[in-house]
Design a binder for this molecule. Sequence first.
Ligand code: HEC
Ligand code: HEC
Length: 246
Amino acid sequence: MRALPIAFLGLTLAACDTTPGETDRAFQASGEIIAMSGGAGGAGNACFTCHGLKGEGDGVSSPRLAGLDQGYLQKQMEDYASGLRPDDVMTRVARGLDPEARRIVAAWYAGLHAPPAGASAAPRPSIWLTGDTARGITACAACHGTEGQGAGAGQPIVARQPAAYTLEQIDRWKSGRRRNDPRSVMAAAVQHLTEEEAQAIAHWLSTQSPSSARAEASLARAASVAAAARPAASRETRRPARSDGG
Ligand code: HEC
Ligand code: HEC
């Protein structure tokens, strides 16, 4: 009978000794559970009810989450929770989860496939690529890529988001309600954008595919546009601080 506890101990140790692959799977499963149940926040906060079963979004006000950058998603959850990005719905949802739960649900959505592109593709507004120096508008492509595919390091994918959602974000930056952009880059970028330009951009972005081969091919081009535009962008955002001091 003495051998029994030792055998048990062996089993327990074997169960704890999970490979990295198994840990990843357990991790993703709990992210999925939060997405489907709302986690500690309860069923009223279940992400899928607004963001879709596959994180594809509702096509109107709830953005797609599938395939967005994990770091970006996690930052948004923290910003909703802290009030830096206040929102009637999402601030409550984010505060219903602890930081660890916010991290794993972000990781789960980042791992899902982006929804495929629709059949129609709108023409790309020229201001997206060129900006307008006369009005102090930096080219959106410098930070979001030529096709809206994002440029890594916190410069998010904006392709294939609902037009109404994109317009709402532009409005919130203009009015200062959303102010979680590092160095106010977004507030500066959209300040002088006209309503027509904002609508053309939002409509075009909603028809873009972030995962298309075309987007992949344009990554290199986007990087060079970004390199060219970066000094101008930092000058633009530093200006208000300097003029304060006279
Ligand atoms: C009742 C509807 C609803 C529920 C439930 C909900 N969301 Fe949202 N979510 C929204 C809306 C609406 C927005 C856009 C808010 C805004 O304009 O900032 C949003 C925005 C987001 C964003 C920002 C995405 C981006 O591209 O910036 C993230 C991340 C997010 N939600 C994650 C979640 C997660 C994770 C859950 C579940 C724990 C969840 N949401 C539950 C409606 C919802
Ligand atoms: C200098 C870099 C830079 C430029 C130029 C720029 N953006 Fe952004 N943009 C950002 C960053 C960084 C964020 C994410 C901020 C955050 O952490 O929430 C962002 C976020 C966004 C979002 C919100 C994405 C989401 O999922 O909620 C939209 C929409 C957007 N930008 C549109 C534009 C448009 C349109 C232009 C051109 C008029 C533009 N951006 C120019 C850096 C830039």
